[in-house]
Design a protein around this ligand. Structure first.
Ligand code: G3P
Length: 225
């Protein structure tokens, strides 16, 4: 599983880089707007927080392919390794073809159907981002859509990965993992919940209590070895 964090919250990104096997950060226009700072500053700050080797995805806003391509080039001047998110509109697909020709990495976003994902992959998108919770919200089974995209990648031997997005709970992430999605991007609050279980907390507390009863409070293996 390739884990990414869906946020522009720099403190949350630093925390996740420190704790988790994080492969990158994704943003979208709503996330950027929520941060309400200059776009260039946000991108630079995220890159500084994640280092040179993790992925950073940011989305174009143009209504035409031509503007999307210009935006992508400008973003690449800001961050040479940035992965360009492009929505799966007809103009977006046109932009994907051109960006692919220029060797620019692409994430196809705003995917709600497997056919949108299939065309985006054929157009050159490396990551395919179905919106799981937004589908679940309308009883359209986000997991099933992601599973069908993963199946199409297999059938057509496409050089693309599912990047499942829009999660509101751990169960959705779990269903996506079982369905074979290669990557997920998750908001910080749900990401933290992936490790939560009260029996883990009480189990660890029991180990500490038993150990310290014999070897002393605050001791670790380092004190007894
Ligand atoms: O970036 C796309 C996706 O993460 C959107 O999530 O929570 O706004 O549905 P959400």
């Amino acid at each position: 599983m390739i884990y990414m964090l869906d946020t522009a919250d720099i403190e949350a990104i630093k925390k996740a880089v420190d704790l988790y096997p994080l492969a990158g950060v994704t943003t979208n226009p709503s996330i950027i707007a929520k941060a309400n700072r200059p776009f260039s500053d946000i991108i630079r700050d995220i890159r500084a927080a994640i280092g040179p080797d993790r992925m950073l995805h940011a989305q174009v806003m143009g209504k035409t392919a031509e503007v999307m391509i210009e935006e992508a080039q400008a973003m690449r001047e800001l961050d040479a390794d940035i992965i360009i998110k492009v929505p799966v509109t007809p103009q977006g697909i046109k932009a994907m073809k051109a960006l692919k020709e220029r060797g620019i990495r692409i994430t196809a976003t705003a995917i709600l159907t497997p056919q949108q994902a299939l065309m985006a992959a054929v157009a050159g998108a490396e990551f395919l981002a179905p919106y799981v919770n937004r589908l679940d919200n309308i009883c359209a089974d986000g997991t099933q859509v992601a599973a069908e995209i993963a199946h199409l990648i297999d059938v057509y031997k496409l050089d693309a990965k599912v990047l499942a997005a829009s999660f509101k709970n751990v169960q959705q992430v779990h269903e996506i993992a079982k369905a074979g999605a290669q990557s997920v991007t998750i908001a910080p609050d749900v990401f933290d919940q992936l490790l939560v279980h009260p029996l883990t907390d009480s189990g660890v507390a029991g180990f500490v209590s038993d150990w310290e009863g014999v070897y002393g409070e605050g001791t670790t293996v380092l004190d007894v070895i």
